[in-house]
Design a protein around this ligand. Structure first.
Ligand code: GDP
Length: 191
């Protein structure tokens, strides 16, 4: 730390971000239909409503959570709004993202392959210190499962990601997903 700055007033915190209150851009990636919008709705509004699409466009939904160490994390959640087909748009979409949540559907091996594609994309073009979470959604459909828990776990481990299975329908592990991400965020230096 530059000793000349000691005792001087601190600069305004850019965008309300300081050591105690983080604000992070989070992008969702994954095949269409894996449940990205439902995960966001469950987390932000506490409901499961498959008919109400999150219409995002230029905006996003945000949700703040408090952690046990009395810090807060405000997630600004960007959903692809059905643009996941346009791979060329992706780098624009995840620019500046501190967190990427890559979602697949445990009943769809194709969606698991697609998730791996997004992980590689982020490794190539994402911020080097991005926190990545791999999410196997629709865990309530266990009887139709086609992607083993172990496949998700192993892939995530190899790629330095956090892995969790969720259900937007039953709310299983949805809050846990975001809490775990919050814990893994790099903290700005304490002032
Ligand atoms: P997106 O295209 O990735 O945003 O997917 P949506 O959130 O629109 O969800 C696609 C479909 O999957 C909808 O019909 C949801 O009802 C269904 N869905 C989403 N999450 C779950 C879940 O956890 N369990 C089950 N059984 N269905 C889900």
């Amino acid at each position: 730390r530059d000793s000349r700055q000691l005792g001087r007033p601190l600069p305004e915190n850019a965008g309300g971000q300081d050591a105690k209150n983080l604000r992070v851009k989070l992008v969702l990636l994954g095949d269409s239909g894996v449940g990205k919008s439902c995960i966001v709705l469950r987390f932000v509004r506490g409901q499961f409503d498959p008919t109400s699409k999150v219409t995002v466009g230029a905006s996003f939904l945000s949700q703040t959570i408090a952690l046990q160490d009395s810090t807060t994390v405000k997630f600004e959640i960007w959903d692809t709004a059905g643009q996941e087909r346009y791979a060329a748009l992706a780098p624009l979409y995840y620019r500046g993202a501190a967190v990427a949540v890559i979602v697949y559907d445990i009943t769809s091996p194709e969606s698991f392959s697609k998730a791996q594609y997004w992980v590689k994309e982020l490794q190539k073009h994402g911020s080097p210190d991005i926190v990545m979470a791999l999410v196997g959604n629709k865990a309530d459909l266990n009887e139709k499962r086609e992607v083993a828990v172990q496949d998700g776990t192993e892939y995530a481990e190899k790629n330095g990601m956090f892995f969790i299975e969720t259900s937007a329908k039953t709310a299983d592990n949805i809050n846990e997903l975001f809490e775990e991400i919050a814990k893994r965020l790099p903290r700005p230096p304490v002032t």
